[in-house]
Design a protein around this ligand. Structure first.
Ligand SMILES: Nc1ncnc2c1ncn2[C@@H]1O[C@H](COP(=O)(O)OP(=O)(O)OP(=O)(O)O)[C@@H](O)[C@H]1O
Length: 258
């Protein structure tokens, strides 16, 4: 029997249980349990190699975990992939796009894959290209886009079907300050409208400005989690991050040859 959507009413938009992933000898993710509350703006932080991309890839069904489960709005990503994936928009790491298309063509293709009404796709695509300053009539192929433009068209693809959950890997990487402000505004409106955003980032100021909740990862595990205020206390997020991750500071004696 199919359970009506409203009866599922999951509190967590994304629920991860016991996720583990090992690449040969390297344990990239060492057992992660995480609930992302519906309606939250959730920042996943961690140093390079902490396991953020691996975690998010498993969370959205791009990478099969060795162990554990991921549920999106109550739907198991691996047992019920269509129900789960139709409800999310994903900006993966190093966005691999069908890049021999213009931005508008790529959005049309994305809409077809999602089974959307072509007139809705056309309308939204013009708006997205315009709002993200990619130029609605732009005939440039995505392969010739700059890194920041690729990020923005990837974000447009993630938004096109108006999902209830957005999972974004480093959405602000490579985008200029004007575009970053634009993207922040779009995402803030999206959360105000009831959507949930999970994103990974190294940029503490962005996370502090946007997020209601954060988790800090290191060595494949979540070290700290909670609301931004719980995690930060009366310190800056950067201080907490450095303490949790165990960063080293320069003594002045390094690279003396330089
Ligand atoms: N396909 C792979 N094959 C082998 N090792 C991998 C693979 N993908 C990730 N790893 C390793 O797993 C660890 C976690 O990588 P991951 O990309 O998840 O980290 P990250 O937190 O996203 O890092 P960054 O902030 O630098 O993007 C790293 O040590 C990385 O080298």
């Amino acid at each position: 029997m199919t359970v009506p959507e409203q009866r599922r009413s999951p509190d967590a938009a994304l629920a991860l249980r016991g996720l583990v992933k090992q690449f040969e000898a390297k344990v990239a993710v060492a057992g992660i349990d995480l609930d992302v509350p519906a309606g939250s703006f959730f920042g996943l932080l961690g140093p390079n190699g902490a396991g953020k991309t691996t975690t998010l890839s498993m969370a959205v069904g791009l990478l099969r975990p060795d162990l554990g489960q991921a549920r999106i709005l109550g739907y198991d990503v691996w047992a019920d992939p269509i129900a789960a994936k139709s409800r999310i928009g994903v900006l993966p790491d190093g966005v691999r796009l069908f890049d021999r298309l213009t931005g508008t063509e790529l959005l049309a293709y994305q809409g077809l894959l999602r089974g959307m009404d072509p007139t809705v796709v056309d309308r939204r695509s013009v708006e997205l290209m315009d709002v993200l300053q990619l130029g609605a009539g732009n005939r440039t192929l995505v392969v010739d886009y700059s890194a920041g433009m690729k990020k923005k068209i990837g974000l447009a693809c993630a938004l096109l079907h108006a999902p209830r959950l957005l999972v974004l890997d480093e959405p602000f990487e490579a985008v200029d300050p004007v575009s970053a402000a634009l993207i922040r505004g779009i995402l803030q409106r999206y959360v105000t409208g009831g959507g949930t955003v999970v994103f990974s980032s190294h940029v503490m100021t962005v996370v502090e400005r946007l997020c209601s909740h954060v988790a800090i990862m290191a060595d494949g595990r979540i070290r700290v989690r909670g609301t931004l205020d719980e995690v930060r206390g009366d310190r800056s997020l950067e201080d907490v991050f450095v303490e949790v991750v165990g960063g080293r500071t320069a003594t002045g004696s390094e690279l003396s040859w330089l």
